[in-house]
Design a binder for this molecule. Structure first.
Ligand code: AMP
Ligand code: ZN
Length: 105
């Protein structure tokens, strides 16, 4: 999708603070974070939402969450994914957040 901002980030056409990437996924910092750690886990291929993504990509997204938790030595994380009218960017992504005060780390 030529007009999609997350496609452009995945193809390095516009900058983002990339945390890590794999063959299928890119993880970068949300530029309007609402937690001390706020990453977006994004398939490199354009899927609009959960309605059209394949299960193998979802499994890879789950594995990425666990890899991030391990590599960043997190004791907790929270994920959010918006769908329908709640979803502003129509390229599937999962919000991965951590470092909330009540966790105390
Ligand atoms: P939503 O589609 O409602 O799940 O939210 C989209 C998220 O993408 C928001 O939290 C934005 O802050 C974030 N976002 C939009 N554009 C960029 C960008 N260029 N770089 C990083 N994060 C972005
Ligand atoms: Zn896209």
């Amino acid at each position: 999708m030529t007009d999609c901002i997350f496609c452009k980030i995945a193809r390095k056409k516009i900058p983002a603070e990339v945390i890590t990437e794999s063959e299928d996924l890119v993880v970068f910092k949300d530029n309007q974070p609402n937690a001390p750690i706020h990453y977006l886990i994004v398939p490199k291929k354009h899927y609009e939402s959960f309605s059209d993504v394949s299960d193998d990509i979802l499994i890879k997204m789950k594995e990425m969450m666990l890899t991030l938790a391990k590599e960043k030595e997190l004791k907790a994380f929270r994920i959010v994914a918006n769908w329908g009218d709640y979803q502003a960017v129509k390229h599937l992504h999962i919000h991965f957040t951590s470092g909330f005060k009540k966790e105390d780390y």
